[in-house]
Design a protein around this ligand. Structure first.
Ligand SMILES: Nc1ncnc2c1ncn2[C@@H]1O[C@H](COP(=O)(O)OP(=O)(O)OP(=O)(O)O)[C@@H](O)[C@H]1O
Ligand SMILES: [Mg+2]
Length: 393
């Protein structure tokens, strides 16, 4: 089938897609290449087909998503890629979509920001029963990440509901603690998470931070926008790409995110878990996206007795250990240590209502977070000492 890849109301390229697999077979015609997804090379005047396919299939639910096999069986669909065209590739994180050439469809009438959508796919992804006539028009078809999740309209707002993982179901509660930590740190750019209990199981709920004029561009796409040269570290490469694209405020943002992740003992800040926001009409960069997806932290998958607060934890995205990664933070002067004195009370208040986390675990987590604050304070003192020594020499 022939389709126009659209960015909101702007035609970008005309494509030939395979009817059965939704694979992009051919680029037929180009329109406004500036409006292509960030990171797709079109230097020769024709967008790279392989990169287009990677981007397009990257919109589908990953095969690693918890419970995806059972859900696809219920939907009577073989591969999650086949769900893409059922919602014209529309998502709630950007404004791209595939318009069949023989259709009169308009973005205004089909986008998920302004128009209602069915709960069927979301419910099936959560293992809940769905209606007889399953409606596949859903932004859940284009949601990323491995945790069970669904988009739902709550009080008119588009909200992402995310589950946790066994045995502690800790990720949703971690998101709520992360929200409190952002507040204590005086952060202005974060996603606020609440917890919702359904049959005693905790889920995190957050509002969409994208609207009809914006898109989330993750760091994977930002990294792809320029060629990586071997003399640059992955941090330098990312910063160079941000500078070339003209994204403001990224250095301060990364300083903040690394400190926040250090305190959270976050093990999963991969390049898909942060990025920047761009205006889809003017193509102007607004700045770093608010900090989101911080639940894979606080030893969520470790038994209580295996929690070692100051042991090296695996880190992402720039270096695989925290001490090395923290050397990238250029400025700690903003960290309000006096605001971090009572985090143990926050832990108790936030974790206590959950039946999956017992008293002993709460106690260990409180002590662990307190130790990380102290360790961070020592790191800051050490850096000051080095700086003073350096300036005396
Ligand atoms: N509040 C939001 N507004 C808009 N888009 C969002 C929001 N939260 C998440 N997303 C998008 O949904 C994707 C999946 O969400 P999230 O990263 O929270 O899930 P996850 O399953 O924890 O991911 P991972 O595989 O990284 O663990 C994100 O990468 C981002 O593109
Ligand atoms: Mg994620």
């Amino acid at each position: 089938m022939k389709c126009l890849l659209m960015n909101k109301n702007m035609p970008v390229v005309e494509l030939e897609l395979d009817d059965d697999t939704a694979t992009i077979l051919k680029v037929l015609k180009t329109y406004e290449l500036d409006f292509l997804p960030v990171g797709i090379d079109a230097k020769s005047g024709i967008p790279n087909k392989k990169e287009l396919n990677e981007w397009w299939f990257g919109r589908s639910i990953p095969a690693s998503r918890s419970g995806i096999r059972t859900a696809l069986e219920k939907l009577n669909i073989q591969h999650s890629e086949q769900l893409l065209l059922k919602c014209y590739g529309l998502s709630l994180s950007d404004q791209y979509w595939m318009k069949p050439m023989d259709s009169e469809l308009e973005w205004i009438n089909i986008n998920f920001f302004d128009n209602n959508f069915s709960d069927d796919v979301g419910n099936i992804l959560f293992g809940q029963p769905a209606s007889q006539d399953i409606d596949l028009m859903s932004p859940c078809n284009t949601s990323d990440g491995w945790l069970k999740k669904k988009w739902k309209i709550i009080d008119g707002k588009r909200c992402l509901i995310k589950a946790g993982s066994n045995p502690f179901m800790q990720e949703p509660i971690n998101e709520v603690f992360g929200t409190r930590l952002h507040q204590r740190l005086g952060c202005k750019n974060y996603v606020s998470y609440n917890v919702l209990l359904e049959d005693g199981i905790p889920y995190s709920v957050c509002e969409n931070f994208i609207d009809t004029n914006t898109e989330l561009v993750n760091a994977v796409s930002i990294n792809r926008s320029i060629k990586k040269r071997s003399q640059y570290s992955s941090y330098e490469h990312f910063m160079n790409a941000c500078e070339k694209l003209g994204i403001p405020g990224m250095k301060e943002f990364i300083d903040y995110m690394l400190v926040f992740d250090y305190l959270m003992a976050n093990t999963d800040r991969h390049f898909g878990n942060f990025g920047a926001i761009r205006n889809v009409q003017t193509l102007e960069w607004i700045g770093p996206a608010p900090v989101f997806d911080s639940g894979t932290s606080l030893w969520h998958d470790k038994l209580t007795r295996a929690i070692n607060p100051l042991g090296e934890i695996e880190t992402k995205p720039f270096y695989s250990n925290a001490s090395r990664q923290m050397e990238l933070v250029s400025d700690f002067s903003w960290v309000p240590f006096e605001e971090l004195r009572n985090l143990k009370d926050d832990i108790r208040e936030i974790f206590a209502p959950t039946e999956f986390i017992d008293e002993e675990r709460i106690e260990v987590l409180s002590k662990a977070v307190t130790s990380r604050v102290e360790e961070l304070q020592e790191m800051v003192l050490e850096q000051k000492k080095q700086f003073t020594l350096g300036s005396l020499q």
